[in-house]
Design a protein around this ligand. Structure first.
Ligand code: NAP
Length: 292
């Protein structure tokens, strides 16, 4: 079962990210979160539900839905889970129909589901390439299309795509994921422009490294690797899932009503590090010329 990263709080306590927002911020909204049973998706689903939304989490494994459904039951949140592989357009279409039949509308879609693992490009099999592209790029398009249609019919909606900064910086070892996220980044801007006349906002969030079972297993399997990455981050630590979720909530909230086609980088300054010539904290005094 997925690691929540903390014990479930007393039932009257809001999840940490939700405490920054009005308690009824998402009241009446129906939100669909792909990969909503683990990691960032779980954290975001908890906060959306705590702030009043009906939350539908969608991913392949029913086992991954247990933590959220159990907490939802304890706290009286409106929530349910769909078993869904976002790579399959017909299944995505059927899932959208089910949500519409059950809840009558869709206000929010979070394209969070992803797969990733480190592999040198020359050793990456076509199957591995397709698997990641299928979940991240195809899945985001299929979900946006199927859940976007009722938003178009309603004349309003909010879509949030989860990308990564290597979509534009590139990163050795993740040719599949970087290419897929770059596609999602372009899709974000394209759909934002195309669907703005329908009252739909489409934005993206680009987190730096944060702890999740998936990321730890696939990207920093040991503490030494984690520490090496940590040292590159100007703020000196990984983000927490709660911190990333807070920014995601802002992008879905009315506080960002005039924002569309934008990608919010939440990486503790990691991408800034690429262009720096000195380590953070280095003496930055102007070198004195020696007098002869
Ligand atoms: P995670 O816990 O590994 O979650 C990935 C989720 O995707 C799982 O819930 C999984 O559920 C779902 N999923 C995978 N394949 C699917 C499919 N074919 N259909 C439907 N759902 C599928 O990941 P995370 O670390 O929280 O990452 C969340 C998002 O943040 C991802 O988009 C990731 O790329 C992005 N991100 C993460 C980091 C990081 O450091 N963690 C950094 C930058 C960006 P099932 O197994 O049940 O299908």
């Amino acid at each position: 079962m997925a690691d929540l990263g903390h014990a479930v709080a007393a039932t009257d306590e809001l999840p940490e990210p939700a405490r920054f927002f009005a308690p009824d911020m998402f009241a009446g909204d129906v939100a669909v979160v792909t990969g909503g049973g683990t990691g960032l998706g779980l954290e975001l689903s908890r906060s959306l539900a705590a702030l009043g939304a009906t939350v539908v989490i969608a991913s392949r494994s029913a086992e991954h839905h247990g933590v959220f459904l159990e907490e939802a039951g304890q706290r009286g949140w409106n929530a349910h889970a769909l078993e869904l592989d976002v790579r399959e357009p017909d299944l995505v279409h059927a899932a959208a129909r089910e949500v519409l039949e059950r809840h009558g509308k869709v206000d929010v879609l979070v394209n969070n589901a992803a797969g990733n693992f480190v592999c040198p490009a020359e050793k990456m099999s076509p199957r591995a390439w397709r698997a990641v592209l299928g979940i991240v790029l195809d899945g985001t398009f299929y979900c946006s299309r199927s859940f976007g249609k009722p938003m178009i019919a309603a004349g309003s909606g909010r879509i949030l795509n989860v990308v990564a900064t290597y979509a534009w910086t590139g990163m050795p070892g993740v040719a599949h994921s970087a290419s897929a996220k770059a596609g999602v980044w372009a899709l974000t801007k394209t759909l934002a422009a195309e669907w703005a006349p329908h009252g739909i906002r489409v934005n993206a969030i680009a987190p730096g490294p944060f702890e999740s079972d998936g990321a730890r297993a696939n990207l920093w399997p040991d503490e030494e690797t984690a520490e090496r990455i940590r040292k590159k981050i100007p703020l000196g630590r990984f983000a927490t899932r709660e911190e990333v979720a807070r920014h995601a909530l802002y992008l879905l909230s009315p506080a960002s009503d005039y924002l569309t086609g934008e990608t919010l980088v939440v990486d503790g300054g990691l991408t800034l590090a690429a262009g720096r010539m000195w380590e953070p904290g280095a003496e930055l005094e102007r070198p004195r010329r020696k007098r002869s």
